[in-house]
Design a protein around this ligand. Structure first.
Ligand SMILES: *[C@@H]1O[C@H](CO)[C@@H](O)[C@H](O)[C@H]1NC(C)=O
Ligand SMILES: *[C@@H]1O[C@H](CO)[C@@H](O)[C@H](O)[C@H]1NC(C)=O
Ligand SMILES: *[C@@H]1O[C@H](CO)[C@@H](O)[C@H](O)[C@H]1NC(C)=O
Ligand SMILES: *[C@@H]1O[C@H](CO)[C@@H](O)[C@H](O)[C@H]1NC(C)=O
Length: 318
């Protein structure tokens, strides 16, 4: 799935949002294009895509499951109480479901991808460390921004492409937190939102924040590398080199792609295990069951060589 395709489809966003009438009336319309079966399911999965012939996300993941997975996010001590909600999640996904997000393969594969995506956003926004009741896995989506940034995340070497805007701060914001001027600039370009001048939009608009996270999930960091989505649903086939580097399709590889050497290739370290624990817990909550997670080398990246050694500071640089 190329960045260009995703950028183009983002253009459909306004149309998608404008055409939301009622979430519950989405009959499947089927037709054949060049012998291929393609479908349209109303606003949630629109645009004659083969993926829209499958279940949509809201057909297997509902409001109550979202509440279970992120059960503490609206508690009074949660930093972003009242911000994140199920509706924003589904509206955000409407651009990406026709591209295969949560709609690829059979129902188990679909649910595992959503559990994996949620595990990443939950673990990156949890405030449940230390003494909080329920442990870290109960506190996903507690934050929507970095609380005490100790730098301004302005990289001057991008001054010709993504120059820092006066007064703008590029600290971490969102569900898969975005850091640095060049990441805000690049993701903003693709979503057609001026995030370089207005990085604060991400902490003001949950739909946009989810969209930015989904964009990162679906976009390879570099040419020739898989996106986290491709790694998770089995679109990506390892080369001989990948196999020698212990890179196997699955949840472990999504961590390799999104975080690189921060968590991967260092054995069973806590930073990696916390993310894995979120995934297993969410699989249980969603009714898939952690036994579907796969063996240690699929589930973790403990032994994997990272795709991008000494890579950019955080995920999603162009
Ligand atoms: C779903 O698809 C996966 C991957 O192709 C396969 O391993 C699994 O057996 C399938 N599950 C069911 C219930 O068909
Ligand atoms: C749709 O679902 C079927 C069966 O559940 C699966 O075999 C197929 O690969 C899915 N379609 C796409 C485009 O992933
Ligand atoms: C929030 O973001 C979405 C997706 O980009 C956009 O459609 C919507 O208009 C935004 N809402 C506000 C209040 O700006
Ligand atoms: C395989 O890995 C070796 C050593 O890391 C590297 O030099 C070579 O370019 C890689 N080959 C491919 C096709 O990526």
């Amino acid at each position: 799935m190329g960045t260009k395709n995703i950028c183009l489809l983002v253009l459909c966003l306004l149309f998608v949002i404008a055409s939301i009438v009622d979430a519950d009336t989405s009959p499947v319309t089927v037709k054949k294009i060049k012998g291929k079966k393609v479908c349209d399911q109303g606003w949630e999965c629109k645009g004659w895509s083969e993926y829209c012939c499958n279940l949509t996300i809201s057909q297997y993941f509902d409001y109550y499951q979202f509440e279970n997975v992120f059960s503490k996010r609206n508690s009074p001590v949660a930093q972003a109480a009242g911000f994140w909600d199920f509706k924003s999640f589904i509206i955000a996904s409407a651009i990406y479901q026709p591209l295969g997000f949560g709609t690829t393969g059979n129902k188990t594969t679909q649910m595992k991808e959503i559990a994996a995506f949620l595990a990443h956003i939950g673990s990156q926004t949890s405030c449940g460390y230390g003494v909080a009741t329920g442990g870290p896995t109960a506190w996903g989506l507690c934050y929507n921004r970095e609380m005490s940034p100790n730098q301004d995340y302005c990289d001057e070497s991008y001054k010709y492409t993504y120059p820092c805007a006066p007064g703008a701060d590029y600290y971490g914001r969102g569900a898969l937190p975005i850091y640095w001027n060049y990441n805000y600039g690049y993701i903003g370009d693709c979503l057609h939102v001026d995030l370089l001048h207005h990085p604060e939009y991400i902490e003001q608009n949950a739909t946009l924040a989810f969209q930015a996270a989904m964009f990162q999930w679906l976009t390879p960091l570099k040419k020739g590398q898989p996106s986290a989505h491709d790694a998770m649903v089995g679109n990506w086939k390892p080369t001989k080199n990948d196999t020698l580097s212990h890179r196997t399709p699955g949840f472990g590889l999504t961590m390799n792609i999104l975080y690189g050497e921060r968590v991967c290739g260092k054995g069973d370290i806590d930073d990696m295990n916390t993310i894995v624990t979120h995934y297993l817990y969410y699989l249980d909550l969603m009714g898939v069951g952690r036994e579907e997670a796969g063996a240690h080398d699929v589930l973790t990246c403990a032994e994997q060589k990272v795709f991008n050694p000494a890579a950019p500071k955080k995920a999603a640089s162009s």
